[in-house]
Design a protein around this ligand. Sequence first.
Ligand code: ZN
Length: 83
Amino acid sequence: MRIGSLAGVEPEALRFAHTVLMAGTIASGAELRIEVVIASFFCESCQQGFDSEQGDCLCFRCGSFSRRLLQGRELELTSLELS
Ligand SMILES: [Zn+2]
């Protein structure tokens, strides 16, 4: 799964829920792989993107406020392997 840092989902909470929900089912022991996507914004002043680990939208170069989120709200199932 890909989870954006601004998706509002705590990866550790998701991991815990996954373990609890899968216990006792045929999916028990299924492995959950989580890739956290760091939020990034586009600065109109600098005409460049910037990453924001804390999720704040102030450009670290010029201090401008950015309203263009490039990534960080993902909550995607990227692959499913069955065996
Ligand atoms: Zn900037």
